[in-house]
Design a protein around this ligand. Structure first.
Ligand code: C2E
Ligand code: CA
Ligand code: CA
Length: 761
């Protein structure tokens, strides 16, 4: 670029050549990013009007390197500045050195290069004074291309000079564009990788591609789905990003594009697996190993030269890697947020949606309904998993098609679905109506009943997962009553929850501070009137001295798992207490200890039972473990196995709260228990109501038929004792004999009754 051209302004008319002839010789060249007929801007700065006219006349109609010339004129440095300020895209400036002042031209050069920062524009200095040599420093410093005296301004020379200046201008621009392009690619790749989701990624590709080509974002991108693995959200080839006038095509299948030119271009590109460049458009191909190739269509009516093409290749290769990652991410995203069986969003996406709604400031209008299929687990067991899966798919299909598109659906767990929508769209009756028509599964009609928990978002304090918890709470409440019902979440329920978590917290502290203790309630044999056993019952005295009911804290301890530790402690305490009672001289009195399900299921249970027995030295035959009927109902195989293991240690087993659960007689036969305990609820009215005796009567008879002894609890009056005696009950426990008391009082009581024989009725 060091060659300096100086043109003489004195035109030699003989050398005039006509434009057409010269221009046509140059058409082999392609302009890089310049649309075909964009002219080269040439600025002539000269205070001599003749120079303007002769120059333009000489080059009239001439094409250089395939483009016409467009002349801009300034007759002073000041005017030139104005033009430059508004028209930066100037290829060449023909600049007179001496104008208003000796150095006007050189000062203008300084302005162009430093002030306007126009580094690409070529400058040709002209002087009317042959022999005048501008300072070489200036020429070097300001990147002046050429230096010609005006006498050298012949037609031919002018053309040659301009051609070489324009060629050099174009080269500089291409290099700069490439450099900018590479910068853009590096930047674009970084930007794109930061975008999550294939759609964002594709939209980013359009933007970055348009930036690379230096044009407006006008185009679209489609992505293929492998035929083998259609996603539940979309299948086939889908437009996943669109900009400019194509914007409305977003999310449409490729086949639905009405503009054939665009559709064919994309199809050809995907089929051929390569980029397509035409005068009309550019279609880029992005490959992906996952068979989810992507094609980007850009309305780019420009001729793209080799260097830009190479840039685009680099871009595409880079982006394909990014595409691969993004697809992987999308897949992970799908796994993370969608249920693969039904294609519905899962719990996590529901929480996100809820968060959105809760933040949206419209919480007053929305409600969340949980829909639980009644008896699904049984259906699954009875008819097989394939049937169960098909049933779930049918349910989700029905909900999808019947509920408004504004509702958000999700499958939370096996048979629990969630719908989030406007309150008026999700009335309980509306939802129940969805299940009135039978489902047809494997050619068979089935009617499903559902139980629902509904939470209006306005009642929810906190975030999406809190909303879900609230609805679950309502669902649990609904299930408690009857299947097929629904319940609304209320603030009272929330209060209860808060209360429970406070209680849990204090229970932790209570355990640390040893505020739990045991009380003992005697059991009296009807036959002998003597004490036959004692039940150990847990107590908690709060810091303020108040007693907290076991019925309040034991369920919490069970839920939190704390019951394992507590239960083990109870077991040991009661065993040691039993040994002490024996040492105190009361022979043959057994100790009944309550067991919780969680304890029973715990793998270390048998070991800790064994340890409690050994460490305390009790006779295992005098230990009776009470399990509740609901436990006894569950998992009969596991249960009978554990029971047998327990019994092998020598302990007895009683079924507590007998009659409150839904027991089947067959389990009593299979489980080796020793005693049935009639729940207090069946005792209360036996003395006053003839009919109320029937259940205790039945239980006693049943127990005896099975060879079990029967004990009644919650006996408060002599009349109740009389009735139970008449019915043949074996043992009696209740306030009538004694409230549960602490060991010193118990020992006192035992001493008194031993001489006295229990206060018989
Ligand atoms: P449960 O096993 O059915 O215990 C009998 C409950 O009836 C005890 O209530 C007892 O104090 C009460 N009771 C006894 N006689 C009478 C009476 O004549 N009239 C009335 N109104 N009530 C009487 P408590 O001690 O409040 O215990 C409640 C429940 O907490 C127990 O019911 C048991 O399920 C559970 N529980 C107590 N201690 C333990 C324990 O150490 N471990 C486990 N897992 N559960 C325990
Ligand atoms: Ca009990
Ligand atoms: Ca009971």
């Amino acid at each position: 670029m060091g060659d300096v051209i100086v043109v003489d302004k004195t035109i030699d008319n003989d050398e005039l050549v006509f434009a057409g002839e010269m221009g046509s010789a140059q058409t082999g060249d392609h302009a890089s990013l310049t649309p075909k007929h964009t002219p080269w801007n040439i600025l002539i700065v000269d205070d001599d009007p003749d120079v303007h006219t002769t120059t333009t006349f000489a080059l009239r109609g001439t094409d250089i390197l395939g483009h016409p010339l467009n002349f801009l004129h300034a007759d002073s440095a000041a005017q030139a500045r104005d033009i430059l300020a508004s028209a930066p895209d100037i290829a060449v400036i023909l600049l007179d050195v001496v104008m208003e002042q000796e150095d006007s031209g050189l000062r203008l050069v300084h302005t162009i290069r430093t002030e306007f920062g126009m580094a690409e524009t070529r400058i040709i200095l002209r002087t009317g004074q042959p022999g005048y040599a501008p300072e070489m420093d200036a020429i070097r410093d300001y990147d002046i291309n050429d230096y010609k005296t005006k006498s050298e301004l012949t037609r031919n020379k002018l053309f040659t000079t301009l051609t070489s200046a324009i060629r050099s201008y174009r080269q500089i621009r291409t290099i700069n564009t490439s450099r900018r392009g590479l910068d853009l690619i590096v930047h674009a790749t970084g930007e794109l990788l930061a975008l999550s989701g294939i759609r964002n990624f594709a939209a980013g590709v359009i933007t970055q591609m348009a930036a690379l080509l230096g044009m407006r974002s006008e185009g679209l991108i489609c992505v293929q789905h492998p035929p083998s693995n259609p996603s539940p959200q979309d299948d086939g080839t889908i437009i996943i990003a669109a900009a400019g006038r194509y914007a409305e095509l977003i999310n449409m299948p490729l086949d639905d594009i009405s503009e054939d030119r665009v559709k064919d271009a994309l199809i050809n590109c995907l089929n051929a697996g390569k980029h397509i460049f035409t005068d009309q458009h550019t279609v880029l191909f992005f490959s992906s190993r996952a068979q989810r190739n992507m094609a980007a269509f850009l309305d780019a009516p420009i001729s793209i030269d080799e260097s830009i093409r190479q840039l685009l290749e680099v871009f595409c290769t880079n982006i394909s890697v990014g595409l691969e990652n993004t697809l992987l991410f999308s897949q992970l995203h799908d796994f993370a947020y969608f249920d693969s069986l039904t294609g519905l969003p899962n719990r996590r996406s529901m929480i996100n949606k809820l968060d959105e709604r809760l933040l949206g400031g419209e919480r007053g209008r929305y409600t969340l309904a949980l829909i639980d299929l009644d008896g699904f687990a049984d259906t699954n067991d009875a008819l097989g998993h394939q049937y169960g899966d098909d049933l779930l798919k049918a349910v989700s299909a029905r909900m999808r098609s019947s509920l408004s598109g504004q509702c958000n659906l999700a499958r939370l767990t096996a048979d629990t679905f969630a719908v989030l929508g406007l309150i008026e769209q999700l009335l309980p009756a509306t939802l129940q109506a969805l299940f009135r028509t039978p489902f047809v599964i494997h050619g068979q009609e089935v009617i499903l009943s559902i139980t629902m928990g509904i939470a209006h978002l306005v009642d929810v304090d906190g975030d999406g997962s809190e909303a879900l918890k609230s609805a679950y709470l309502a669902l649990r409440r609904a299930k408690l009553h009857h299947r097929g019902e629904y319940a609304f979440f209320t603030r009272d329920m929330a209060l209860e929850i808060r209360e429970r978590s406070r209680l849990l917290q204090s229970l932790r502290t209570a355990i640390e501070r040893q505020r739990l203790f045991l009380v003992y309630q005697p059991q009296v044999s009807v036959a002998t009137g003597k004490v036959s056993g004692i039940e150990a019952l847990l107590r908690w005295r709060a810091e303020d001295g108040r007693m907290i009911e076991p019925s309040r804290f034991i369920p919490i301890a069970e839920h939190s798992g704390m019951i394992i530790g507590i239960g083990e402690w109870v077991l040991r305490m009661a065993c040691f207490q039993q040994a002490e009672i024996i040492r105190a001289g009361f022979e043959g009195i057994s100790m009944a200890i309550n067991l919780s399900v969680a304890q029973f299921r715990h793998p270390h249970f048998l070991a800790s039972l064994q340890a409690a027995l050994t460490d305390s030295g009790v006779d295992p035959h005098l230990i009776e473990l009470e399990i509740t009927e609901s436990v006894a109902m569950e998992e009969i195989d596991f249960l009978s196995h554990t029971l047998d293991a327990m019994k092998a240690l020598g302990v007895h087993v009683a079924v507590d709260d007998f009659g409150t659960g839904f027991s089947s007689l067959s389990y009593l036969q299979r489980l080796h228990v020793d005693r049935l305990k009639i729940d207090r609820a069946f005792i209360t009215d036996i003395a006053t109501n003839e009919r109320a005796r029937r259940i205790p009567e039945l239980v006693i008879e049943l127990g005896h038929k099975l060879g079990l002894s029967v004990i009644a609890e919650g006996v408060e009056t002599a009349a109740q004792v009389q009735v139970l005696k008449a019915l043949g009950c074996d043992d009696i426990q209740g306030y009538f004999y004694s409230r549960p008391v602490e060991p010193p009082a118990l020992l006192e009581w035992l001493k008194n009754t031993a001489t006295d024989t229990a206060h018989d009725a």
